[in-house]
Write a protein that binds this ligand. Sequence first.
Ligand code: ADP
Ligand code: MG
Length: 326
Amino acid sequence: PQLANQIAAGEVVERPASVVKELVENCLDAGATRVDIEIDKGGAKLIRVRDNGSGIDKESLSLALARHATSKVTTLDDLEAIMSFGFRGEALASISSVSRLTITSRTEFQTEAWQAYAEGSQMAVKVIPAAHPIGTTIEAVDLFFNTPARRRFLKSDKTEFTHIDEWLKRIAIVRRDIHFTLQHNGKMVRNYRPANTQAQYLQRLAQISNKNFAEQAIQINCEHDGLKLTGYLQSPYQPSITLNTHYFYVNGRLVRDRLVNHAVRQAFSELSDQEQPNYVLMLDLDPHQVDVNVHPAKHEVRFHQSRYVHDFILQALQSALSQLPQ
Ligand code: ADP
Ligand code: MG
């Protein structure tokens, strides 16, 4: 199983940022409201993710390190209408096959915490008592220590850290309710406080994107027939800002889709010659109306009624723009 896990790890674990992604998504699945990420040397030396979520009970700890140990999908319908991030049940096993992985956790039903780690060539899982508040800390040390070819593929610490930072921005934009912190080599680099009010959210947006964008952005909030579009769009009447703030989420997942780019440009075309307006947009709809590509590296969606979705987005943007003082 070790070899199978390492092969699977090639798909799930490409670089430190992919480890961070899998670990943080698990925290969110576990209902955490705070996630603290510590990185040393771009993540090659250490990735530690701590949350205040539900925790993992002692019995499930060793299981969590075993392949296909997902606790999240119980029926086929779950798979079709997948709303939680994780569903393949192989992330932890994959990560543990290419790093020294330790899980420390406590649930609210336990008085003590437990720590699990895999040891030796057989990767036998050991579980020992530990100290930890309710929640989970997962630590991946020496990533790719046993797969030197892959380790050589890692870029500089700075580049790998940038990938982590960029990924965190994407999730911090949509999970405004979560307090995220990010440290690199012992220094606090990001502190995204929970954004419960619009003012707090705009502050977060200024941290993530740009102060000017946050200050002048137009709020979008439109709902029609099961489709809901919310977020922020750059104003066509302000001087253009060269940014790369193009975030589009479908049911909480960041996706790349030409549909929204096209709709945004079309809405802008009559008002401004800015070619790539900046935006942060969230589309929510019945998950049965959209197919999400299950490949972890792709961010593609297919809407069953794409023309209809496109027109809805276009109209939502046009109506927000038409209400602006010029
Ligand atoms: P998946 O997320 O696809 O279920 P993973 O390999 O990512 O698979 O995780 C395996 C299991 O370990 C999860 O289903 C969950 O039960 C448990 N788990 C992992 N991380 C956490 C966490 N931070 N808090 C609570 N449970 C967790
Ligand atoms: Mg997962």
